[in-house]
Design a protein around this ligand. Structure first.
Ligand code: ACO
Length: 422
């Protein structure tokens, strides 16, 4: 017999049996019994807002898979572009499919000159690069008018290619503008990550040759950040997509959510915290202050993971490979001591607080020379693949427009009082 639950309306004695399918119960079945009674769930703490076949996450056991493939295997053996293809299409590409995909991405990396000259260079000199990214991505929709035709799969695919290809170009352009350096055009002879590093760091050399270990580390970080099921940014993406907005506008909305410090800004907060701690001698008093409720240990804890974030494990290994090239980030010793103490402290273990993806990623980005303001931008580049996979999936599911209900707690009806009598 299939598993089910029975709900009784104590006002009437009526009951309804609801099957448990894929770990969920359909709210529409409740509604048959309880018309006009809404499920109150701020922050979607207990709500599955969709079905999805993209990413599997088991937070209790620290499991993360893209389309069924364990994140550890993808980080070890794949690359970001292949993972992006997998997320978007559901299967790993054949050699021919991969060659075409990577060629298409490579040949869409250029941005229209007006995007750079009129938009990006129009920002104030100290504009935050993530604010520039959010606006520039939204502006792209005005350059590709066909993007509105989301029902045409060939047209939609073209926007997907454009978005994935142009994110690194926009990101590097935003950085170069913020430090007063000239824009570097994409180099189509370099692969995705090497090209991004070239656009970031090239000065006067004819061809920028990034260190292969750094290129690979960036590739791994991009794989790890490519999707994470229904987080805040992806939920924003699906919500805006459900209104059938074009993919640029929807991606800008998702990026805006990521810009929030509670979401994409945590690795920046980790670096600020480690800098503030300043020395391994200050770690114990810092932990004590956290336990007394004076602030949080940044990069620790996660809404879904209640064990070691599998991405953090991979990043910790990658950090060693990066530091072998760049020299050790002086903050690493503080981070290691923090982790060691926290993992052996009852306060953290009893609350199931473990390092999350952000605990070590900032140390790597900083060692590679990225300024703190670029950290969220570095998250947005690969997450674009995940956002677009959800955009496509939502369209294929022919979803309804997202429109939750509310429980009204405001004033009863009252009469307007003219301003002179207030
Ligand atoms: N340091 C110290 N205590 C913590 C921390 C932390 N980092 N995180 C949670 N706690 C404690 C809370 O004080 C609370 O204790 P209590 O039960 O005694 O009140 C308990 O653990 C549960 O905390 P909640 O806030 O209910 O957990 P929630 O699941 O809502 O929060 C979150 C998850 C927001 C990630 C939280 O752990 C946090 O603030 N971490 C630090 C910021 C961070 O690293 N964010 C990145 C998340 S990953 C990402 O977005 C890519």
């Amino acid at each position: 017999m299939p598993e089910s639950i029975t709900i009784t309306d104590n006002r009437t004695g009526s009951t309804v049996d609801i099957p448990i399918v894929n770990g969920g119960v359909a709210a529409s079945d409740f509604s048959k019994l309880l018309p006009g009674v809404w499920f109150y769930d701020p922050g979607f703490m207990s709500t599955a807002a969709c079905e999805s076949a993209i990413t599997y996450l088991d937070g209790e056991n620290g499991v993360l898979r893209y389309r069924g493939y364990p994140i550890e295997q993808l980080a070890e053996q794949s690359n970001y572009l292949e993972v992006a293809y997998l997320l978007l299409n559901g299967e790993l590409p054949t050699p021919e499919e991969y060659t075409k995909w990577s060629h298409d991405i490579t040949y869409h990396t250029f941005i229209h000159e007006n995007v750079r000259k009129r938009f990006l260079e129009g920002f104030h000199y100290d504009a935050h690069p993530m604010g520039m990214m959010v606006s520039a991505v939204a502006a792209l929709s005005t350059f590709y008018l066909d993007a509105k035709d989301i029902s045409d799969t060939a047209v939609l695919h073209k926007q997907v290619v454009r978005l994935i290809a142009k994110m690194p170009t926009l990101a590097a352009a935003a950085h170069r503008f913020s430090v007063g350096m000239p824009f570097v055009y994409p180099d189509n002879s370099l692969d995705f990550c090497a090209n991004f590093l070239s656009m970031m760091w090239k000065v006067a050399e004819p061809r920028f040759e990034p260190d292969p270990a750094l290129v690979r580390a960036l590739d791994i970080l991009f794989i790890l950040h490519a999707d994470h099921e229904q987080n805040c940014g992806t939920t924003a993406m699906r919500t805006v997509a459900s209104a059938h907005a074009d993919p640029y506008s929807a991606t800008a909305a998702a990026a805006a959510a990521l810009y929030g410090p509670r979401h994409g800004g945590a690795n920046e907060a980790v670096i600020r915290m480690l800098t503030e701690i300043g020395s391994v001698d200050n770690v114990e008093p810092f932990i004590q202050a956290v336990k007394e409720g004076k602030g949080r240990l940044q990069g620790f804890g996660h809404r879904v993971y209640k064990s070691y974030d599998p991405r953090a494990k991979i990043i910790k290994r990658t950090a060693d490979e990066v530091f072998a090239v760049t020299g050790k980030n002086p903050l690493l010793d503080i981070a290691l001591k923090l982790e060691d103490i926290a993992l052996n402290d009852e306060y953290f273990t009893s609350r199931k607080l473990y390092p999350n993806v952000d605990f070590y990623s900032g140390l790597i980005y900083q060692a590679m020379g990225f300024p703190l303001e670029m950290f969220t931008v570095l998250f947005a580049i690969p997450r674009t693949a995940g956002w677009l996979a959800h955009f496509k999936e939502l369209l294929e599911q022919d979803s309804k427009i997202t429109r939750p209900r509310q429980l009204y707690v405001g004033s009863e009806e009252r009469n307007y009082v003219p301003i002179a009598r207030r």
